[in-house]
Design a protein around this ligand. Structure first.
Ligand code: NAP
Ligand code: MG
Length: 403
């Protein structure tokens, strides 16, 4: 075997729970360690360890990404009441993804891993559609209430420096109803815009953005305006040089164009649009295990992860000693994404080419018909198609790499 590739700076390695934790160890042992002298700073975000450390493990992991610039995260349990009982937790700890996202103030980019023998539900999507979801504000930080009966609902803004209040009538209720207040900040929208322009430029993809600014002439219009300001002040020349474009349209027009198009662009989505549309695209491109996900902070810190959960049902089978057929593609690509980024930042071309080779091996394994159960159901029928176990799939990818 050739010399293992050395790394000059660490990747922040964030371990997780259940079936993804099992696969995490397999991917490292079979696909990475034989080829790369992995330099990682390890954080155990398994639920038990989060509980033991009063969730400080999560906070420390986020700090470590801030410090080293690149992290890779396994899926983790967000505990609900049942999990509190199952793991005898001190309390119902918050979602680690939520904590890390808030600390990095990032934008999440999700892209499908396309393979030749799984056709997207939309025939003309021959190239990937990447979603960039604004992860702050709007309906996710709303305040809402019921209007129990007739009365007046108003928006009131009170300046901190004591200036005059601004008021606007929302509705004069004649009977019971509902109302909601939402907000966003210029700073967060600008960070979102920058992250999207950066990602599109980095990947040499067009950037599409849509809002409902014809109806929402202040709120949605602000998003449009900030994107335009960023584009004109910092990106127009760079985009022209790279042969890519920034395209804005009304959100409903944009959705229609997405479906009719061939893909190959980054779709910047407001928070709610991104929540809904990433689920639609995820299923249209096949399986959640065929989606890569990366959180990018405005100052260029990266956290790569799999977007699916810990695959609890498969884990319980695994614990009983039964065979599982769990797809490790998203985890493999989380690792290759993080290591490639390290390779770029630290100037290690061998690391980048190894990761590209590993990704190609994983894709060609599926294209040869060897795949896990979630994909067998979706693949173009062929006598070569064969459902394999979790371990066998990883073994088949390994068999395509140098001995
Ligand atoms: P899940 O882990 O995504 O799994 C839901 C179902 O999707 C599975 O039962 C399986 O379907 C299929 N699936 C998902 N990933 C797969 C893979 N890699 N290979 C094959 N099939 C796959 O969601 P969940 O079971 O609802 O959630 C389990 C735990 O994950 C929860 O505690 C939740 O908090 C956590 N979670 C974590 C993250 C994260 O950290 N990124 C994200 C979401 C959820 P079949 O059973 O039909 O085979
Ligand atoms: Mg969603």
């Amino acid at each position: 075997m050739a010399e293992r590739i050395e790394m000059s700076a660490p990747v922040v390695e964030i371990d997780g729970d259940e079936m993804t934790r099992v696969m995490w160890a397999m991917v490292k042992e079979k696909l990475l360690l034989p080829y790369v002298e992995l330099n990682t700073e390890y954080y155990d975000l398994g639920l038990k360890h989060r509980d033991e450390t009063d969730d400080m493990a999560t906070v420390e992991a986020a700090h470590a990404i801030r410090k080293h610039g690149v992290g890779v995260k396994c899926a983790t349990i967000t505990p609900d009441a049942r999990r509190v009982e199952e793991y005898k937790l001190k309390k119902q700890w918050p979602s680690p993804n939520g904590t890390i996202r808030a600390m990095l103030d990032g934008t999440v980019f999700r892209a499908p891993i396309m393979v030749g023998n799984i056709a997207p539900a939309v025939r003309n999507w021959t190239r990937p559609i990447v979603i960039g979801r604004h992860a702050y504000g709007d309906v996710y930080k709303n305040k809402e209430m019921t209007a129990p009966g007739p009365g007046r609902a108003e928006l009131v803004f009170t300046p901190r420096d004591g200036g005059p209040e601004t008021r606007a009538l929302v509705h004069e209720f004649d009977g019971p109803g509902i109302l909601q207040g939402i907000h966003n900040t210029d700073e967060s929208i600008r960070g979102f815009a920058r992250a999207c322009f950066n990602y599109a430029f980095d990947q040499k993809m067009d950037l599409w953005f849509g809002t409902k600014d014809t109806i929402s002439k202040t709120y949605d219009a602000r998003f449009r305006q900030i994107f335009e300001e960023e584009y004109e002040s910092s990106w127009m020349e760079k985009f022209k040089g790279a042969g890519i474009t920034y395209f804005f349209s009304l959100i409903d027009d944009l959705v229609a164009r997405v479906v009719k198009g061939e893909g190959g662009f980054l779709w910047a989505c407001k928070n709610y649009d991104g929540d809904v549309m990433s689920d639609m695209l995820g299923s249209a491109f096949g399986s959640l295990a065929m989606i890569t996900s990366v959180l990018v902070s405005p100052d260029g810190k990266y956290e790569f992860e799999a977007s699916h959960g810990t695959v609890q049902k498969h884990y319980y089978k695994h614990l009983k000693g039964e065979k599982t057929s769990t797809n490790s593609m998203a985890l493999i690509f989380a690792w290759t994404g993080a290591l490639k980024k390290r390779g770029e930042l630290d100037g290690i071309p061998e690391l980048i080419s190894f990761c590209t080779r590993l990704e190609e091996s994983a894709v060609s394994t599926i294209e040869s018909g060897i795949m896990t159960g979630d994909l067998v159901r979706l693949a173009t029928p062929s006598p070569d198609n064969r459902q394999v176990s979790t371990e066998e799939f990883i073994g088949a990818v390994r068999a395509r790499l140098p001995a």
